[in-house]
Design a protein. Structure first.
Lengths: 230, 486
């Protein structure tokens, strides 16, 4: 038995994090290759959906490590990675549905009619920062940590894993969706994406989650947004 | 008080109205006169543990609560189902004790008051499992209404009945656990609880947190049965002083019983309280590991080991530091409902295929076996269930003590069921080590991995303030029962 395999036992989420790392590389490379070219309002749906999902994999997978691990721990050993795959499929399905819905809304309602394009990012980030202080946001953060019952065998186990991913995904959309949307509406600058990722990681893993803790990071996000929009 | 170190005494070794209890009652009366917005008031202190708007039994119309930001920062902070369970409650008691001591002086009492503890597990005291007399008297020695008496407790509590069975206060499972924390995830949770971040009320608790901590909360019942009202019963503080004492007992009984050295536990989370002057103080676990340190300055009258010589470490016994990767080997397909009486469920156990099968440590000791009771949700009266393995149908559980797996006390189930900005709503999660029971069944050829029967027997039901008692206890939903090797 290899030492490496034993080291991976308590970290069944390793391959989800590896996928996240690959997505980050793609995200950085794409951002570097298309400065200022990521405005969702003017891109085609498939391109935007593709960028959206890569951004979700890069930024959101590290936030659901606990739920991925729970899925593995609550599954028979032989099913652990299958269970994780189904969980992630359900999780991504929620984000895809949210992304497609938002893109349709954006293309249907041309927001630049009301908000000057140069201020679109700042407005979106200000609204996202305001969302940080609302009770629904914090209910969603708490619910992101919820562990679900999973059947042990067969199609019931498969369905439960997929449903668990969908449920956690729904809470994550509630919690982080406004920030992700703000990112989607602005150019995908690497410093901006990194700062938002740092904010969400801090929010998930540092200390006690509660409204009011994030004045500085939210302000930072607005600062970056203004910088990006300038 | 010697060398500035206060001694917390055994309440059952004090006279009914020993000065310690007389001044405790007087100080509570003084704290109850303070408005809830005062951090040194009785109700504010209870709210630090938990507070639910609209469910405060002492709520007064038009009273001013602290602002929302202050409530979020200081109220509903209790750490449960976490390795912070013990250090957080130690900090909580420390400042409560100082606030009471200050109130004692303010009403004319002596300085240096120390919180007594209630050792309900004392097998040398026939009264240990009764509520101490001062907490049942209608009046204080001066003829005042007794603030130590709370009407809303379980039947029998306030008339001096024995309120708990020996297995509800049994210290053997907790004190023989040699790891402070465990990996969780279905495996061992350790003496003090699994590794978590700030965790107010969800997940799986350590062994001590289940029994006797949770079981005694439900045994007293009433306000003690709920997170949000527990601190309103003066007994709560003596109960937690005993839990805090047991942490000292655990550490003193065996040199291998050590606190975590992980920085995430020592300094990773900061907790805020108010001191006796009403000033904000911040603590980390690292600051409260030694009770006799200058900053804490207390000790317990008795921390001798109630169990005896620690068992030798060898094949089949608990070994410190051995954190094995838990492996799930079976679970129920459906959730089950506990509605009183007896309820059974079956688990088909699959042969292990992962860590439980391989690894060099397997040669040193057989795997430990854990029964997990997951996603326990419900509202209404908190209850306790005793759990048995392979109990024959319609059998009297009392005749099968060797099949007893443990107590599942539902302290906090209502809070853990609620989904809000401080609770996830996933319910409670219990992990019972059943290695001994399984080996006993195996020795008698009564262990069939394809047919493990788990039976829940209603042991106790707590009264609550929410309406008259119904004929049957509120239904509890158990999401899943699972078996792990670890």
């Amino acid at each position: 038995m290899s030492r490496l395999r034993r080291a991976a036992w308590p970290h069944p989420e390793w391959w989800a994090l590896a996928l996240s790392a690959v997505a980050w590389i793609d995200l950085v490379a794409w951002s570097a290759g298309s400065p200022g070219g990521g405005h969702a309002a003017h891109a085609n749906v498939l391109t935007v959906a593709n960028r959206w999902m890569i951004m979700v994999i890069a930024m959101m997978f590290p936030l659901v490590v606990g739920s991925i691990r729970t899925t593995a721990e609550r599954s028979l050993w032989s099913r652990r990675h299958r269970a994780i795959g189904l969980f992630l499929a359900g999780y991504l399905a929620t984000w895809l549905a949210a992304g497609v819905s938002l893109q349709l809304a954006i293309t249907t309602v041309d927001m630049t009619r009301w908000v000057p394009p140069s201020l679109l990012g700042a407005v979106a980030f200000t609204l996202a920062a305001a969302w940080q202080f609302g009770v629904p946001k914090w209910r969603a953060v708490r619910a992101c940590h919820r562990a679900a019952r999973l059947a042990p065998h067969g199609w019931r186990a498969d369905c439960d894993c997929g449903r668990y991913g969908w449920t956690v995904g729904r809470q994550c959309v509630m919690s982080c969706g406004p920030l992700m949307l703000a990112l989607q509406l602005t150019s995908h600058s690497v410093p901006l994406i990194l700062s938002i990722s740092a904010l969400t990681l801090f929010e998930r893993y540092a200390g006690k989650p509660m409204p009011g803790t994030f004045v500085v990071p939210a302000g930072l996000a607005v600062f970056y947004a203004l910088g990006a929009a300038a | 008080m010697a060398n500035g170190v206060r001694t917390r005494k055994d309440v059952w070794k004090l006279a009914t109205w020993d000065p310690i209890l007389k001044w405790y009652a007087a100080a509570i009366a003084e704290m109850q006169r303070r408005p809830i917005s005062d951090p040194r008031s009785w109700r504010y202190q209870a709210a630090i543990h938990d507070y639910v708007m609209g469910r405060d039994p002492n709520e007064q119309q038009g009273e001013a609560l602290p602002g929302a930001a202050e409530r979020r920062r200081f109220w509903a902070q209790c750490q449960h189902f976490s390795w912070f369970f013990l250090p957080w409650h130690r900090m909580y008691l420390l400042h409560f004790e100082r606030i009471v001591a200050d109130a004692v002086v303010s009403v004319g009492g002596p300085a240096g008051w120390a919180l007594p503890y209630w050792n309900y597990s004392d097998t040398t005291n026939a009264n240990a499992r009764r509520i101490p007399p001062a907490f049942r008297e209608e009046r204080t020695p001066t003829g005042e209404p007794n603030p130590l008496l709370i009407d809303l407790r379980n039947p029998g509590c306030n008339i001096g009945d024995i309120i708990a069975d020996p297995d509800e206060v049994d210290l053997e499972p907790a004190l023989t656990e040699r790891n402070f924390s465990g990996p969780g995830g279905g495996g061992g949770t350790g003496f003090g609880g699994p590794r978590t971040g700030f965790n107010h009320g969800q997940g799986q608790g350590g062994v001590l947190e289940g029994t006797p901590h949770g079981s005694m909360h439900v045994a007293v019942g009433g306000w003690m049965g709920r997170f949000n009202t527990a601190g309103l019963d003066p007994l709560f503080w003596l109960h937690h002083a005993n839990i805090d004492r047991l942490w000292s007992v655990w550490r003193a009984r065996d040199a291998v019983n050590v606190n975590p050295t992980d920085a995430r536990w020592l300094t990773g989370v900061r907790f805020e309280f108010h001191d006796a002057a009403g000033n904000i103080v911040v603590h980390t676990s690292k600051q409260v590991v030694e009770t006799t340190a200058v900053a804490l300055g207390y000790q317990y009258e008795d921390i001798t080991d109630p169990i005896g010589v620690p068992e030798a470490i060898g094949v089949g016994t608990r070994r410190p530091g051995m954190e094995r990767q838990p492996e799930m080997v079976g679970a129920t397909e459906e959730s089950i409902v506990l509605a009183g009486g007896q309820t059974s469920a079956r688990i088909a156990v699959s042969p292990p295929t992962g860590p439980a099968l391989e690894g060099p440590e397997r040669a040193a000791a057989p795997p430990r076996v854990y029964l997990n009771v997951e996603n326990v949700t419900g509202a209404g009266d908190p209850t306790s269930y005793a759990v048995y393995l392979n109990l024959p149908p319609d059998a009297d559980p009392a005749q099968y003590p060797d099949r007893f797996a443990g107590i599942v006390p539902m302290f906090g189930v209502a809070e853990a069921t609620r989904a809000d900005d401080v609770h996830a709503g996933e319910g409670l999660h219990y992990t019972l080590e059943i290695s001994k029971v399984v080996r006993a069944l195996q020795a008698r050829n009564e262990w069939d991995p394809n047919d493990l029967r788990v039976t829940f027997v209603l042991r106790r039901r707590s009264v609550t303030a929410e309406g008259p008692e119904s004929a049957r206890p509120a239904a509890i939903d158990v999401g899943r029962i699972s078996l792990y090797f670890g």
